[in-house]
Design a protein around this ligand. Sequence first.
Ligand code: BEZ
Ligand code: FE2
Length: 403
Amino acid sequence: MNIIAPSYIYVDNNIVQNQAIAFDTTIKDIAPLKQLLLKFPTAKVIQLQTNSLVMPGLINAHVHLEFSANKDTLKYGHFLPWLYSVIKNRDALINSCDDVCVTKAIDTMLQSGTTSFGAVSSYGLDMQAIQNAHQNIVLFHEIIGSKAQMVDALFNDFKQRLDASRLLNKPNLYPAIAIHSPYSVHPVLLKKVIDIAKREKLPLSAHFLESKAEVDWLKQGSGDFQSFFNNLLQQNHPVTSISEFLSYFESIPTLMTHAVHATKQELIQLSNAGHTIIHCPISNRLLGNGALNINELHRHNVKWICATDGLSSNYTLNLFEEMKIALFMHHDADLLPLARKLLNSVTILAADALGLNSGEIKIGKNADMLVLDLPNPPSDQFALHLILHQYNISKVFINGQLV
Ligand code: BEZ
Ligand code: FE2
């Protein structure tokens, strides 16, 4: 047993003082240090410096590690030019991101306080580095392919990757399934993999209504995707409609990434089905996809969380930076409530969406904790300053282990 005694604990958007935390792999008790010492006399005590604060480790629900070699290769500004640049540079980017490159991305996440993440894996090339990572990882094996004649081959490849990850010797690794998007996955393939997710209760995610081009293609078979599908895939109409796509997910709450272009009706459908939108503000800006209307999400009771996406559409995997950008992007939202919401979205709400027992400093939760060195006692606008100043993180615990 360990006892950590900070000056402050960040609990439920509140600052708690004069409390210590007893933990092994999970949090066992939260009480004044004297009381914990009586209860756990042999515990190892970690006394922290003045103005230290313990908060939950951050959870990044959506990242693509295999694209971590990108810095300035991909073309930003508009969705289709970006997608063409991904296709053109995919092999070079993937081949130049070996285990060292993926590990570096994972380590930068750790250094910026991310103790759990959801990794979308397209090829399974990130598995070795993932196995060696300290963090809790939900590994979303991605399925992509809109051509009917490719369904069996793609499904078999997907199944092999999924099964291989079940054999990895990492207790805090959770295999999961990612659907690339409504426009890129044939409904037969979609149904096959969603059936696995339902049967085996695996977390499920999908990119959804990320760009205007996607909406134009799905609704009218027109727009920027028309020539893409005509020329590259010899298709002149979309493989599914938005409502058909959503119908497959009705009984399985899913992480729907982006949803920037969802209509009011579609938002209501997301809310009714219990889905959670993953908001990636930097990626949306860089790919020319606009800004998610979070006021509409609140109006229709749609759950949302914040994540970074991969380095194929971001310059950082630091969630504090991502939250800061979100804070400025949503300029019409009340500042302090938005800061609090963002912090919840990368802790308790992300844990809920990914099915992790973490995201809170609370008895029974996994001991995933950050120790921050604050320059002063926290003010009543602490959530805001936590995002603005990116305080030094002096210790990270994952499942009770100092890493
Ligand atoms: C496909 O494999 O069908 C596909 C891949 C990327 C974008 C769109 C479609
Ligand atoms: Fe993504």
